[in-house]
Design a protein around this ligand. Sequence first.
Ligand code: 5GP
Length: 205
Amino acid sequence: MKIEKMGLLIILSGPSGSGKDTVLNELSKQDDDIKISISLTTRPKRDWEIDGVHYYFVAENYFLRKIECNQILEYAVYNGNYYGTPKSIIDQWLANGETVILKIEVQGAQKIREIYPDAVSIFLMPPSMKILKERLFKRESEKNDEIQRRLSIAIDEIKRATEYNYIVVNDLLDYAVSDIRAIIRAERQSSPRLEYLINEVIEND
Ligand code: 5GP
């Protein structure tokens, strides 16, 4: 029986302002073999965001229809808006043996672990609440009350960090990126993922 190369599913969570987008941007520059899932959301687009690049920005009835048609792998309501991971592309990437990263919040992470028990989860931790607050205010994406809501969600999220396989502190960006790359490198070489090599090596006598 031929054992296929397994894909690697990585969950990246972390409170708003923890730097997930910056880290992912840097990671994808450094590692061509990473596929980053683009979620659907009903949240309004920020000025700098591009539809189809950062998210697919959709209307709520469209999102709900996608759920009904079983085209959403997992979804969550965060701060009053829907966010969801498209299903078919993820299945396709994993079947092709790719490394796939989902940038999702804690409820979605929990659902993905139930569906894919082999998924590897990483929690991106801010160095402190003070720094998180500064980052959220500095990026000027949200109004004051929205930032306060995100900070209060952040505390609940941080309390759940031990549900994750790894915690990476995003103090200095380069270190956080290199820590995540190290985790991905090690996980790609875990023995169940390289089982397909056994026959290849033996057969190439
Ligand atoms: P933001 O509005 O800051 O872009 O995202 C809010 C939160 O939703 C972040 O924690 C982000 O990781 C999360 N998120 C983005 N896409 C998805 C998704 O497809 N599913 C889930 N469960 N969370 C998501």
